[in-house]
Design a protein around this ligand. Structure first.
Ligand SMILES: NC(=O)c1ccc[n+]([C@@H]2O[C@H](COP(=O)([O-])OP(=O)(O)OC[C@H]3O[C@@H](n4cnc5c(N)ncnc54)[C@H](O)[C@@H]3O)[C@@H](O)[C@H]2O)c1
Length: 557
């Protein structure tokens, strides 16, 4: 195993050695003692990922009515070579997660360096000092095949390991708040028994105080606010756990403006999360078939959606881009299916819509490769060895989060078909899904395994200079609605590309005037759900032929 952990910017950190642990714990004990003297509660946040790092800062920023901090937070991150770097960075007041929200950097810097209410550590001994433990480790859903969520399973390893460590170390009166999105039933039927067993091994007869309250955090410009200033749902395994979780959330979250919903049992809080994300996934999947209908029957799905949206009852209808992506929507429904059988022991199969929606969303982007192939073919160019530029690597507009983005599948399928890919994204410096495809998102879990000929994608780098990226391309794919792409003018694209090209609109980015202009410039245009482009093409052709007809008539005179 490597002795170093390397941060995304390339800084190397030596992993702690055996002798470091006792020194680190002594340091934390001293800090905790000082902080308790100041009347502050000690909160350990376990897992400093996308959610945990920012949640830790939100808790550390908590103040009472007199403006005095009331919590001291110890962020706890396991010291693996993959993740250890997050600990020293956070201790310097630098966010381990990059975000478009400037408040992420400022709140972490403020709490770590000015208020001194936030520190980070690698030792599990920190748990011994906690009044509250917030669990923000991952619980993935591993899919065995592409487009069939039923062939998969919840990966409980990190969560179960964390819970055992918690049970081994915590004060029995501490509150354990699980924020991880889990398979419904986990808090009562997995977490509680694991901690209880560990307590018994320690000779403790206490009832563990375990609660669940999931995160609704949204990447983007309001990242911090989406944790702090947003509605929360919670529930505890017993009365005391519920009382404690309500008290804690009322202290750290803006529940005055965004009141808490307290449910009777944790399975209800867990199910709320899974149902709300499955609902959203279903809404998106629903339009996939109508998108194909639109393409084949001269309909612009975008205009159809705008026409429907005016009805207040239908205002949340959404145009699905090239796949859905993000960390949550592709996996959360799977956790529900898995729980039904593997936690609750049912043999029958009650789920139809939830898995279907995920399967549709997981494969929707593959259709983009077909559109690209057809557009190039119409221009007499083969897809093999065509130079194709994908605009946007992330899963949604104006964020740098690339997890399970539709663009990844587009790149993989087109590569399989022999094309040469380029990528531009103003928010993404490294597309780890490719650069580190043998180990990211975890070893042997890369989507690479579903495609052939993927080795060269290790060398794919995200181009930041759009002009350079455009140079000499055969095709351009508008994959994400980043603001940088909305006003890109066809003349500029064609000029920089050096001639006509195949233009694929995956996200309703081009208006009719731009589509028309691309055709006038000799390009071919296709788009997901945009069947009306053929009409625009015919119109441009007719306008082109019109002067010729006039000339012929003049000659006959
Ligand atoms: N990212 C989002 O946008 C989002 C939104 C809502 C909910 N969630 C949910 O929040 C949870 C966390 O997601 P995330 O995006 O922060 O995941 P992540 O993978 O970014 O972070 C998890 C962190 O936990 C650490 N970890 C694992 N085991 C550990 C252990 N034993 N001790 C200490 N640290 C450990 C990992 O090294 C990693 O740093 C998930 O359940 C996710 O579904 C995420």
């Amino acid at each position: 195993m490597s002795q170093y952990s390397v941060s995304p910017t390339g800084e190397r950190f030596q992993l702690p050695g055996t002798e470091d642990y006792s020194i680190e714990f002594e340091h934390l004990k001293r800090l905790a003692l000082e902080q308790r003297d100041l009347g502050r509660e000690i909160v350990v946040v376990m897992g400093l990922g996308f959610v945990g790092a920012v949640m830790a800062a939100v808790v550390a920023d908590t103040e009472n009515k007199e403006g005095k901090p009331t919590k001291f937070v110890i962020g706890m991150q396991r010291p693996s070579s993959r993740s250890y770097w997050k600990t020293p960075l956070l201790n310097r007041g630098i966010s381990p997660v990059s975000s478009e929200d400037p408040e992420v950097s400022s709140i972490i810097n403020r709490c770590a360096n000015e208020k001194k209410t936030l520190t980070a550590t690698y030792t599990y001994d920190a748990l011994k000092l906690a009044d509250v433990i917030v669990v923000d480790v991952q619980c993935d859903y591993l899919k065995e095949s592409l487009g069939n969520v039923r062939e998969g399973r919840a990966d409980m390893a990190a969560l179960e390991e964390s819970l055992e460590i918690i049970g081994r170390n915590i004060d029995p009166h501490a509150l354990v708040l699980i924020e991880t999105t889990v398979a419904p039933g986990t808090t009562e039927q997995v977490a509680y028994p694991i901690i209880k067993k560990m307590f018994l091994k320690r000779g403790l007869r206490n009832d563990p105080l375990v609660a669940h309250s999931f995160e609704r955090v949204m990447p983007g410009e309001n990242y911090v606010s989406s944790i702090r200033d947003f509605w929360r749902v919670c529930s505890g395994v017993n009365e005391e756990a519920t009382r404690r979780v309500v008290k804690f959330l009322n202290e750290v979250i803006n529940t005055e403006k965004f009141p808490l919903t307290v449910l009777d049992r944790p399975i209800e809080s867990e199910t709320t999360k899974i149902v709300e994300n499955s609902f959203r996934a279903t809404l998106l999947a629903f339009l996939d078939e109508w998108s194909l209908f639109a393409e084949r029957n001269g309909v612009d799905l975008l205009k159809v959606i705008q026409a429907i949206k005016v009805r207040p009852t239908h205002s949340n209808i959404i145009f699905p881009g090239p796949g859905i992506g993000g960390y949550c929507l592709p996996k959360d429904g799977g956790l529900g299916l898995w729980a039904y059988r593997h936690i609750h022991g049912f043999e029958d199969d009650i789920f139809k819509i939830t898995p279907l929606a995920i399967n549709i969303n997981d494969t929707r982007s593959l259709h983009v490769a077909q559109l690209t192939r057809d557009a190039l073919r119409n221009m007499g160019r083969p897809i093999a060895s065509a130079e194709i530029l994908v605009l946007g690597a992330s899963y949604r507009e104006d964020v740098g989060d690339t997890r399970y983005s539709g663009s990844e599948l587009i790149v993989r399928r087109l590569t399989e078909m022999g094309a040469e890919l380029r990528i531009h994204d103003p928010y993404v410096l490294h597309w780890w899904e490719f650069e580190k495809q043998d180990e990211y998102p975890a070893s042997s879990h890369s989507l690479k395994r579903f495609f052939r000929g993927q080795e060269k994608l290790k060398d794919l780098r995200v181009e930041q200079n759009l002009e350079k990226a455009l140079h000499g391309i055969d095709s351009i794919l508008f994959a994400v609605r980043h603001k940088h792409y909305l006003d890109l003018h066809p003349d500029e694209v064609v000029r920089n590309a050096g001639g006509p090209l195949a233009v694929i609109d995956c996200f309703g980015i081009l208006d009719d005037a731009k589509i028309k202009r691309y055709f006038e410039l000799g390009c071919e245009v296709k788009g997901l759900g945009r069947g009306h482009v053929k009409r625009i093409k015919d119109q441009v052709r007719a306008e082109r032929e019109q002067p010729n007809k006039l000339n012929e008539l003049n000659k006959l005179k």
